[in-house]
Design a protein around this ligand. Structure first.
Ligand SMILES: [Zn+2]
Ligand SMILES: [Zn+2]
Length: 188
């Protein structure tokens, strides 16, 4: 079965060199849905607690919220960074607190101090799904990712192999010793 969690992110981007309106900088509310697949954990009668999926995913996904997302070769990138630099906010600001940890993968690099994500490919809804899967595939048994942004949406299903040992008391993933990092219960 699948446990499904949805996130909302507000972001600005553009499709650099795209022949259409989207080549101009604009913003969206994006809705990201992640489905996690496993057996039902009989102790808690759930696949995986949705708030735990949320916590694990939001840790990295919040880098895309209230952020500017630009492709690595977009000339807006040095221009925007130049303005942030002049204004003294490139390396952070006291009011910029809702930050995720910086990450760098093959497809995207997050710069949380200036709420910027630099991507390898154009950040379409399809591109976002690839980025999210790469960031979270080792942490969650992701079966499907859907991303809706304005009138555009895309989804991708992934094969899920095996099952994860989860706590019989609270449902979160057990550590390598078979102990729950949250409540201390052991594998039943
Ligand atoms: Zn757009
Ligand atoms: Zn537990």
């Amino acid at each position: 079965m699948r446990s499904i969690t949805t996130f909302t992110i507000q972001y600005a981007h553009r499709f650099y060199n795209f022949k259409g309106e989207a080549q101009y900088l604009h913003g969206h509310t994006g809705i990201l849905t992640i489905a996690v697949e496993d057996t039902i954990n009989p102790g808690v009668n759930m696949v995986f607690p949705c708030n735990e999926i949320r916590k694990t995913a939001w840790h990295v996904i919040q880098n895309f919220d209230h952020a500017l997302i630009l492709r690595h070769d977009d000339p807006l990138l040095p221009a925007v960074l130049g303005v942030y630099e002049k204004q003294g906010i490139r390396n952070g600001a006291p009011t910029n607190q809702m930050k995720g940890p910086a990450f760098k993968t093959e497809l995207a690099t997050a710069h949380p101090d200036c709420r910027l994500v630099v991507t390898k490919e154009t950040m379409t809804v399809e591109g976002m799904i690839k980025i999210v899967y790469e960031l979270l595939k080792d942490k969650l048994n992701i079966a499907k990712i859907t991303f809706v942004s304005g009138d555009n949406s895309a989804c991708q299903e992934y094969p899920v192999k095996g099952t994860r040992d989860r706590c019989p008391c609270c449902g979160i993933a057990l550590d390598e010793n078979g102990v729950c990092p949250k409540c201390g219960c052991r594998k039943s």
